[in-house]
Ligand binder design. Structure first.
Ligand SMILES: CC(C)(COP(=O)([O-])OP(=O)([O-])OC[C@H]1O[C@@H](n2cnc3c(N)ncnc32)[C@H](O)[C@@H]1OP(=O)([O-])[O-])[C@@H](O)C(=O)NCCC(=O)NCCSC(=O)C[C@@](C)(O)CC(=O)[O-]
Length: 375
């Protein structure tokens, strides 16, 4: 486990960093019941596929997701290709996907090397200037305007995922965040294994809070809390959020997002619990793609279609088009040789297929009747 004093010493740099950059804030939606669903399928989903999906297919997936109404789509990672070969083509993906204006396409960055690689790519599009640090054309979204940094609530998981302890990862990420903010990029944080760690078991929710606080103090505008194993129940999520959002140095719901894997089928229930607790951002993957390479047995993220369907008719609003997303989930699942894991997606496509068959049968029946009437 990491030491509290180490985390506290990181927090001491807070005032210095905030003095130079301030918290990078994202303007909150005018409707307080608007739910931002961050689409993580192209990154969290495809990073876990055995086969390396070609950049052209990933780019088409992101393009399709944009046209299905997704506004924030995690497009890939600038991580070590030795660790995650599935994400090696991220620069090509960013260069070839359609970037809808107003959309955001964050990428994962684990260290300075990843950030330098990203900067090199951004510089190829628009030579930087003080006014437009990395992007000038308003008719398309920037290649990316946001990075996501990641650590964990246990040392065991941090070591498996990033080859270092939590404290070491926070030291590394602090430098990455400072440089990214200075370049005008937004920074989002992730904390993995907020409920159960596949290596060290039940997680102490106070650790989740400490790591989340450290990421916010660095300058992350939001921290996404990952039930990486996907075994958390709504009661677990409620208890975890009560600890993170309560007590001394409480963290407001507006700074948190929920990231729930659906291994035990509690993903949608956990999303609804998080919304009930005041969160308004959740992560999801179309078709329920994914898992985590360092969480054996964990299945994909909660499916975007399932989340969008579950919010229908409720007080919550969101941007994705349910049926269009079901088609995207079916398309990418077929491309990678599996079935869509979205229950709602499969149900609506099966219903539409039955309707089509009945319509065709009706048309054929009508035709047969009119032919026999003429004879
Ligand atoms: C963090 C490191 C890099 C440390 O890895 P390391 O091996 O300690 O790093 P290193 O500095 O010793 O470098 C080793 C080699 O990798 C290269 N390298 C080093 N960094 C990079 C880079 N950025 N881009 C390209 N290459 C890089 C570096 O140049 C060197 O190459 P060599 O000299 O051997 O030829 C490594 O552990 C890593 O990349 N891990 C990635 C882990 C990952 O992507 N996991 C999945 C994402 S997190 C997740 O899915 C959870 C989340 C976010 O979804 C939430 C949830 O569900 O919980």
């Amino acid at each position: 486990m990491f030491s509290r004093s180490a985390i506290r010493s990181l927090a001491c740099t807070r005032s210095r960093i905030l003095k130079s950059h301030g918290y990078a804030t994202v303007s909150s939606h005018p409707d307080s019941n608007y739910v931002t669903v961050v689409e993580v399928g192209p990154r969290d989903g495809l990073q876990n596929e055995k086969a390396v999906v070609p950049p052209s297919v990933k780019a088409e997936l992101i393009t399709r997701l944009g046209h299905a109404g997704m506004k924030v789509i995690e497009a890939g990672s600038f991580v070590s290709p030795k660790w995650i070969p599935q994400m090696a083509g991220t620069p090509e993906v960013l260069m070839s996907m359609e970037r809808l204006p107003g959309n955001h396409y964050p990428v994962l960055v684990p260290n300075m090397k990843g950030l330098e690689n990203l900067f090199a790519l951004l510089a190829t599009e628009n030579p930087p200037s003080p006014q437009t640090p990395h992007h000038a054309d308003p008719s398309v979204a920037p290649l990316t305007d946001e990075i996501a940094i990641f650590t964990a609530a246990t040392d065991a998981f941090a070591k498996a995922n990033t080859n270092c302890t939590i404290v070491e990862s926070l030291e590394r990420l602090e430098k990455v965040t400072e440089r990214a903010l200075a370049k005008g990029l937004r920074v989002r944080g992730y904390v993995s294994v907020v409920v159960i760690c596949p290596y060290s078991g039940r997680v102490d929710y106070r650790k989740v809070k400490e790591v989340t606080r450290a990421l916010l103090d660095m300058g992350c505008y939001e921290v996404s809390l990952g039930d990486t194993v996907g075994a958390g129940t709504p009661a677990d999520i409620r208890e975890m959020l009560e600890v993170v959002m309560g007590g001394d140095s409480s963290i407001p719901a507006s700074k948190l997002a929920g990231h729930f894997h659906d291994t035990y089928g509690t993903g949608v229930a956990n999303v609804l619990t998080a919304l009930d607790m005041g969160l308004r951002t959740v992560d999801a993957a179309v078709g329920g793609l994914g898992g985590c390479p360092y969480s054996p047995g964990a299945t994909g993220n909660v499916a975007t279609e399932d989340v969008v369907y579950a919010l229908r008719g409720s007080k919550y609003k969101t941007s994705g088009d349910f049926e269009a997303l079901a088609h995207v989930g079916d398309w990418i699942s077929t491309r990678i040789g599996r079935r869509s894991e979205s229950r709602a997606g499969r149900a609506i496509l099966a219903k539409r297929e039955r309707e089509r068959l009945e319509h065709d049968k009706g048309r054929d029946g009508g035709l047969a009747e009119s032919i026999s009437a003429k004879l």
